[in-house]
Write a protein that binds this ligand. Structure first.
Ligand code: CO
Length: 163
């Protein structure tokens, strides 16, 4: 297990479409452990494999007071509602932005045992799921902001939650 360096813009791995995981073997289990360690050592509530330089469709999410989720090949299958919120990303340090996200999402994925699972998320969990699955497609939250004024510089040591 290891805490790995988080890739930040303009690292090209953040803009690649990540590959599907075909078999969940020891290398994937090791990757998930490293992603958990890296997420816990940052103030993140989620992390996608491309953020540590691995272009594979693997995401971990851990919102306060809920158990950690490991999602292999996740896909959003349903979105409901629209809300405005403030978002920040570990790969875009020092900034936050205003954007719109769904109120609720439903995600289909595989767990670490290869079993198909469905997750319903609201509030921060919905936001984190959308944000992390975007990472697998090379999309960052800054792509969703409407104008440069909606991206603000923030104190890196601040209270904002990075996802
Ligand atoms: Co992010």
């Amino acid at each position: 297990m290891a805490v790995l360096k988080i890739r930040v813009l303009p690292d090209p791995v953040l803009r690649q479409k990540a590959r599907r995981v075909n078999s969940i073997d020891n290398s994937i289990r090791r990757l998930v452990n490293d992603m958990m360690d890296t997420m816990h050592s940052s103030s993140g509530v989620g992390l996608a494999a491309p953020q540590i330089g691995i272009s594979l469709r693997v995401v971990v999410v851990e919102v306060p007071e809920e158990s950690a989720l490991v999602l292999i090949n996740p896909e959003i299958i349903r979105k409901e509602g629209v809300r405005s919120l403030t978002e920040a990303c570990l790969s875009v340090p020092g900034y936050q932005g205003e954007l719109e996200r769904a109120v609720k999402v439903k995600v289909k994925a595989q767990n670490l045992q290869g079993k198909e699972i469905r997750i319903r998320g609201e509030e921060l969990l919905a936001q984190a799921l959308e944000h992390e699955i975007d990472h697998l497609n090379g999309t960052l939250y800054i792509d969703h902001i409407k104008s440069p004024d909606e991206l603000q510089k923030v104190d890196v040591e601040g209270e904002e939650r990075y996802i």
